[in-house]
Design a binder for this molecule. Structure first.
Ligand code: CP
Length: 303
């Protein structure tokens, strides 16, 4: 593994290895601390968009591994925000830092950064993918529900970066994956092509009640980040897509519910369902820390 730009870049073996290292590092942290695997290493933490979990979990994770993490607000503080070409920023940061984490808008910009940086690049979320989040989701499912193979994961919501990454990650891990989204909010075409290789293990549906049937894990994410007319349109388009107790009654009894956060209670998830599954959801958030430490340890310290 040279970078972590999207789930499609990983092999099954690399995915399993990341999760195994994450479990080991989590146990070590709980037992007193992780070894200083990043001693003398520095990680650029570039954020062109707001973040709570991704920013803080990377900052704390790099610190716990004995390295230096430098947060930079790429939207207002870097010369890139005043027009310096991305490839120049990449070549400069690559000479100072051992790794770059970037949260940005377009996947193709992230790919360009990786092409020019000369050091490993990690996707902190783009329009196409959110691999760190999905690795944490898979870690949480495996930790709480056992081996991933054969479990049914159902994503209900917008066919966006989370859907793209869950479909690929879940199928790669041997899960059965159902994606339920309104017809106008389908996952990326290349992700659907990837999913075709898995035959009946993947379903794309538009009816949440049919999708969650017998699911072991139901996942959702915000589908209404817009304002004005777009927000009103989304509220109409996603009618019936809220995770509610009656909807989840169709899933397997005791099913797990995950949400990458932040949550809009009353939109994609009811307050009742959110609070009933808060233990799982906040363990999922915690596991961002452990799984990202694993990715860093693999990329930078040969774990
Ligand atoms: N889930 C997630 O990526 O959270 P943040 O937007 O707070 O980083």
């Amino acid at each position: 593994m040279k970078h972590l730009l999207k789930m499609n870049d990983l092999t099954r073996e690399e995915l399993d290895h990341i999760l195994d290292v994450a479990v080991r590092l989590k146990a070590a942290q709980k037992a007193g601390g992780t070894p200083p695997l990043l001693a003398g290493k520095s990680v650029a933490l570039m954020f062109s968009k707001t973040s709570t979990r991704t920013r803080t979990s990377f900052e704390v994770g790099v610190f716990q591994l004995g390295g230096l993490g430098s947060y930079m607000n790429a939207a207002t503080e870097l010369q890139a925000s005043r027009g310096e070409p991305l490839r120049d920023t990449a070549r400069v940061l690559g000479r100072y830092y051992d790794c770059i984490v970037w949260r940005t808008y377009r996947q193709r910009d992230l790919e360009e950064l990786a092409e020019y940086a000369g050091v490993p690049v990690i996707n902190g979320l783009t329009d196409y993918a959110h691999p760190c989040q999905v690795l944490a989701d898979l870690m949480t499912i495996r930790e709480q529900r056992g081996p991933l193979e054969g479990q049914k994961l159902c994503f209900v919501g917008d066919g966006n970066n989370m859907a793209n990454s869950l479909i690929v990650g879940g199928l790669l891990a041997g899960m059965r994956v159902t994606c339920v989204c309104p017809p106008a909010y389908r996952p990326a075409a290349d992700v659907l092509l990837f999913a075709q290789r898995y035959g009946a293990a993947f379903e794309l549906l538009h009816d949440p009640a049919a999708g969650v049937r017998d699911a072991d894990v139901v996942v959702t994410a915000v589908w209404n980040n817009a304002g004005g007319d777009e927000a009103e349109r989304r509220m109409r388009d996603f009618q019936g897509y809220q995770l509610t107790a009656p909807l989840l009654a169709r899933a397997r009894p005791g099913c797990m519910v995950l949400h990458c956060l932040p949550a809009h209670r009353g939109e994609e998830i009811s307050n009742e369902v959110f609070e009933a599954h808060a233990g799982e959801i906040f363990t999922e958030a915690e596991n961002r820390l452990h799984v990202q430490k694993a990715v860093l340890a693999i990329l930078l310290a040969g774990q």
